[in-house]
Design a protein around this ligand. Structure first.
Ligand code: NAD
Length: 475
């Protein structure tokens, strides 16, 4: 892959200024392990300045009519569209996701800003009689700290920036140190768009997140990342009782019902499980397949897997790229070794390019033990267990037997049965005969240890506000 190198220094956005720092952090292209850029390493002072700027900008921004705030979000979408190819290239280089998927993410981010801009969270009149009136208002929270992971840097930032700004909050956004480039370029593009201090985007090392979650000037943390980190965020945010929305890890089950057609579902199941090389929070991580069709589904999935090219993200034929970073690569390698050592039957192990890059072959594991680490944990890589069941109640029980509750899917022809099974899954989202469909008006959030609160839709907007109930005795 021809690697980009940044032509000019990358900065971060504080109080309307795009600034560099002396200390920097290298950004690595996971497909060839080359350093492609150095980005600012924000100090605690930088964070303090960003929070102070957001706080100073808050009174005017929160009073600014929602139509004006919405218009600026639409303009941000326009800027993303106008610079789509450059942002796509940056994202592909920093993240390793294939070209078309990178482009889809940039388009998705723009769509999110545009569509959230059209949403409204109006006051509601709860009672209105001759004597008494009750109105429920939604008021912004103040300064929001948004913390984003590396798997979908631009989309997941949009999921926070758009609703937070629309509802009248100001922001300090922190991308992952692994994938800050596209977000920092967006910050540069948006430098003069919003009033100074409304949108601050800063990059930094491992200290920056904890500094943000403990910061007394931040009123809400909107966090997407692992469950392990989410628990630390919740603890740290308790200092000033910050509102928190936590979108965390998952161990999603897919249940394939006895009447599913193996040939028809194989491709859908493959992408439900391996999309973004297994690095999607809602990738199916355990596939429960009825014993009557198990062998056929396994065979069809292996046939389909053979048709998917793993390699150079810039090659338009590539379906799956490398893992995003060395830590994740080592973690998944370790899990693969443990799975092989356990004697589990590997039904398929694909091929990867030779040379550098955090590539791991696609692996389909044939009915490993239910208590293996592969089944119990979130691998976040291209290794997926297929598991045999003989009774639907048992499949539902096994699917729910986890601390996670992010999403799940059900596959089969009898839609009534599929709906019934879907309604018994202890997860925030369930798809039937499809996977990973997300829209700005469909609430998304995890049950159990997969999160607290939801993003998107009316409930997602409300999560960036406090409610105020105003009661008026008229006479
Ligand atoms: P992570 O938890 O390691 O990091 C997420 C972000 O938090 C990064 O920006 C990181 O720098 C920051 N961070 C790290 N430690 C922190 C701390 N102590 N306090 C505050 N911030 C801290 O997660 P990751 O490895 O970047 O992402 C993968 C995980 O994210 C997976 O578990 C995946 O399932 C989850 N995820 C969830 C969703 C969702 O919507 N539920 C979406 C995408 C990813």
């Amino acid at each position: 892959m021809k690697t980009i190198t940044m032509k000019k220094p990358v900065g971060m956005l504080i109080d309307g200024e795009y600034i560099q720092t002396k200390k920097t952090i290298p950004v690595i292209n996971p497909s060839n392990e080359e350093v492609i850029a150095e980005v600012p390493n924000a100090s605690r002072d930088d964070l303090n300045r960003a929070v102070a700027a957001a706080k100073a900008a808050y009174p005017a921004w929160s009073k600014c009519p929602v139509e004006e705030r919405a218009q600026l979000l639409v303009k941000l979408a326009d800027l993303i569209d106008e610079n789509k190819e450059e942002l796509t290239e940056l994202l592909m280089n920093e993240n390793g996701k294939p070209l078309q998927m990178s482009r889809t993410e940039i388009e998705g981010a723009s769509q999110w800003y545009r569509e959230i801009a059209s949403q409204r969270l109006e006051s509601e009149t709860l009672e209105d009689t001759e004597e008494h009136k009750v109105v429920l208002q939604y008021v912004p929270l103040g300064v929001v700290g948004a913390i984003v992971p590396w798997n979908f840097p631009m989309n997941l930032a949009a999921w926070k920036i758009a609703p937070a700004l629309l509802t009248g909050n100001t922001l300090v956004v922190k991308p992952s140190p692994n994938t800050p480039l596209s977000t920092l370029r967006m910050a540069e593009l948006a430098k003069d768009l919003f009033p100074k201090g409304v949108l601050n985007i800063i990059s930094g090392g491992d200290d920056l997140g904890p500094w943000m979650t403990a910061h007394e000037g931040i009123n809400k943390v909107s966090f997407t990342g692992s469950t392990q980190t989410g628990k630390k965020v919740l603890e740290s945010a308790s200092g000033n009782l910050k509102r928190t929305t936590l979108e965390l890890g998952g161990n999603d089950a897919a249940i394939v019902l006895p009447d599913a057609d193996p040939k028809e579902v194989a491709e859908g199941l493959f992408w439900a499980a391996f999309s973004n090389t297994g690095q999607v929070c809602v990738d199916a991580k355990r596939l429960y397949i009825h014993e009557g069709i198990y062998d056929e589904v396994l065979k069809e999935m292996v046939t389909y897997a053979k048709s998917v090219q793993v390699g150079d993200p810039s090659d338009p034929q590539t379906g799956l790229g490398p893992l995003q970073n060395k830590m994740q690569y080592d973690k998944v390698k370790d899990l693969i070794q443990e799975t092989k050592d356990s004697g589990a039957h590997i039904a398929y192990e694909g091929e990867i390019p030779s040379g550098k890059g955090y590539y791991i072959p696609v692996m389909i594991v044939d009915n490993p033990s239910e208590d293996s680490r592969l089944v119990q944990e979130e691998p976040f890589g291209p290794i997926v267990p297929l598991l045999k069941y003989n009774d639907i109640d048992e499949a539902v029980k096994r699917a729910n037997d986890t601390v996670y509750g992010l999403a799940g899917s059900v596959w089969g022809k009898d839609l009534e049965l599929a709906y019934d099974v879907a309604s018994r899954l202890e997860t925030g989202t369930v798809w039937i005969n499809e996977a990973q469909v997300m829209q700005p008006d469909f609430p998304f959030g995890g049950h159990k240890e997969s999160g607290i609160g939801v993003e998107h839709g009316r409930a997602g907007l409300a999560a960036f506000t406090n409610s105020r109930t105003v009661m008026m005795k008229k006479k």
